[in-house]
Design a protein around this ligand. Sequence first.
Ligand code: ADP
Length: 280
Amino acid sequence: ETQFRVRITPTGPAGPRGQRALMLHFTDVTHLREAEEMRRDFVANVSHELRTPLTAVLGFIETLRGPAKDDTAARERFLGIMEAEARRMNRLVSDLLSLSRVEAQERQRPSTEVDLKAVLEGVIAALKPTAEDRGNALALETLPPDPGLIHARVAEGYRLKGDRDQLMQVFLNLTENALKYGGAGKPVTLRLGWREGSGNLKGPVLSVEVIDRGEGIDPLHLPRLTERFYRVDTHRSRAMGGTGLGLAIVKHIVNRHRGRLRIDSRPGQGSVFTVLLPPE
Ligand code: ADP
């Protein structure tokens, strides 16, 4: 629903009895109102997400001081839970800081030369132990460039102007999700290549597909998936240690690189998260 702010100012010369014509200025403030509303929702969400673990920690402190005072076995168990809850708060705060940092930088295009293949190899090395624990094969494939795609950049390997740490964050988040939601024992593949850009991405673009063969995502959820705290199944995401901010961070970093994130998914068959990045 469109909302206007109205300002009234007198205009023209005064009439014989001092009367003035009035001018009405209408300003469309729909976007402002929406932004305000989003900020309010965000603050409410953050408070809720922090309060849940905090309430648990406070509850266990009370139990440890009272009924479980002399119960060593219970004490160990409760301390374990308190530690897990504190770690959850820590993850949430780190993700919130990352999000506000990338949001603040969104207009400022990063300019260092980054080797994307090396970034993806770093992601694979970092997540290899997790993948092995879950029995997921994790591999990087490189595709030959699209036929006819001739450009100096393409001949140089897989390089672009970017922010290395942030790109690492993008592919860590996507690959962690593919491992988390991709089903135990199912392979996860990162596929890197050059593609002809389309739409507002002109010329050759680097393309990375993060492919899993897990449960997939109902198309109903796709448009909202990159919103902060949006989850298909909140309970499940929490149980897996998720904060609900991973894809929001991904989206902002990809925007900062003037790239595009595409999500294709078939329920029951798996998902493909594609990141397209212009080289400059
Ligand atoms: P979370 O911390 O909950 O993983 P994200 O922002 O990374 O938060 O992801 C948002 C939601 O998108 C997840 O809770 C999950 O429901 C869904 N999701 C993300 N990646 C996948 C995937 N590869 N397969 C299925 N669902 C996914």
